[in-house]
Structure formats: C-alpha cells, structure tokens
Design a protein around this ligand. Structure first.
Ligand code: HEC
Ligand code: HEC
Length: 158
C-alpha cells in the first residue's frame, strides 16, 4: 500500500499549491517578476482568449509548462494572468496603498456567501461599502467586485 500513500501525497500537495494560486506566485515567481498583476499587464496580452507574449506568442503555455510551474499550477497560473491582463488596475490605483496586495485583502477581509461578497470582520455587503470607501466611481465598483470575487476562488482564506 505504500505506493498508494505516495500517490495520495503527490495529489494532495499539488492541490494544496493550486488552491491558493496567488500564494504559489508569491513563493515561486514573485522573487524574479514582482507582483503578478503589474507583471501581467506590462508584459502579456490576450489574443482571442489566449495568453501570449511578444517573445513566446501563443507558445507561452508551453514555455510556462517548463518554467517553475507544476502540472497542477500551470492552468490556474495562466487563468490568473489572463484575468489580470483583461482587467484594469483599479485595485492597484485605489486600494493597494492602504491594503497591500489584493490577495491579502481577500484572504483576510472578504468572504462570499450565496454569491454575495461581504467585508470581514464587519459582515457589511461590499457593494454598498465600496460606494463610500476607496474612492471608486460608481461604474468602477462592479469591476472591482468582479476581481475580488475571482480572487475568492484563487486564494485560501486565513
Ligand atoms: C529565477 C527567476 C525566475 C523565476 C523564479 C520565475 N521566472 Fe519567469 N522568467 C524569468 C526570466 C529570466 C525570463 C525570461 C526573461 C524575461 O522575459 O524576463 C522569464 C520569463 C517569463 C515569462 C515570459 C515573459 C515574456 O515577456 O515572454 C512568463 C510569463 C513568466 N516568466 C512567468 C513566470 C511564472 C508564472 C513563474 C512562477 C511559476 C516564474 N516566471 C518564475 C525568470 C524567472
Ligand atoms: C485610505 C486607506 C484605504 C483605502 C484607499 C482603502 N481602504 Fe479599505 N479599509 C481601510 C481601513 C482603515 C479599513 C478598516 C476600517 C473599516 O472597516 O472602515 C478598511 C476596510 C476594508 C475592508 C473590510 C471591511 C469590513 O467590512 O470589515 C475591505 C473589504 C476593504 N477595506 C476594501 C477596500 C477596497 C476594495 C479598496 C479600494 C477600492 C479600499 N478598501 C481602499 C483603509 C482603506
């Protein structure tokens, strides 16, 4: 039965690192590339739904498969970078000065119940809270909420 234990262990560790893909970035990519959002928006683009770079074109996924990723983290990393390229840097402009990186804010201060986001620890609905917190224009609020909602899926709560 030893092989079974090893298989379970391997699957377990892969899942654990993919569960908080921002933590994986922080531990395996940040050192060389800095923050993921800034790196993605600066260096990458999305063409027809595919993440590409000037250097690798649409072969970027093959490059990344052999570049500090694992089979479990490759797809979540690509999805994360793609979403960052496709969303404006509103969090960086309006929130990070006080809250640091978005993944930390979400791990510590955001929760989702029945598809609605609430602040922690207050339990206030975030949509209403952000109407008078953070200086967002009203049409920017849904965009930030969507990014935070995605981050709930991409991080593990503390
Ligand atoms: C030890 C340093 C180092 C680490 C760690 C590292 N990279 Fe890189 N990465 C590089 C270098 C060097 C290049 C090639 C030169 C460049 O494009 O900056 C590169 C290139 C890239 C590119 C292509 C950029 C382009 O313009 O084509 C992507 C995307 C990328 N890395 C993502 C990642 C991800 C995701 C991780 C973590 C899983 C990671 N890197 C970890 C050093 C690193
Ligand atoms: C000037 C500093 C500052 C800026 C800018 C700022 N925040 Fe805050 N934020 C705070 C402080 C201080 C608290 C804790 C006190 C409170 O709840 O009002 C907080 C609390 C929160 C909470 C937890 C609320 C709860 O219900 O407990 C969330 C979520 C949050 N901020 C999100 C954001 C977002 C998103 C942005 C950008 C649109 C942003 N903040 C911009 C300072 C700031």
């Amino acid at each position: 039965m030893r092989w079974l234990a090893i298989v379970v262990l391997l699957i377990g560790s892969g899942a654990a690192s993919a569960a908080d893909i921002h933590l994986y970035w922080e531990n395996h990519c940040l050192e060389c590339h800095g923050h993921a959002g800034a790196f993605a928006r600066d260096r990458l683009t999305v063409e027809g739904g595919v993440l590409v770079s000037d250097r690798w074109g649409s072969g970027l996924d093959r490059f990344l498969a052999n570049h500090h990723t694992t089979p479990a983290t490759l797809e979540p990393i690509i999805a994360m970078l793609t979403a960052q390229v496709e969303s404006p840097p509103l969090y960086a402009e309006h929130c990070s000065g006080c809250h640091g990186i978005a993944a930390d804010l979400v791990r510590d201060s955001v929760e989702r119940r029945d598809d609605v986001l609430y602040g922690r620890p207050s339990g206030r609905p975030l949509a209403r809270f952000l109407a008078r917190h953070g200086g967002l224009a009203s049409d920017e609020i849904p965009v930030v909420l969507e990014s935070l909602d995605r981050l709930v899926d991409e991080t593990v709560r503390r």
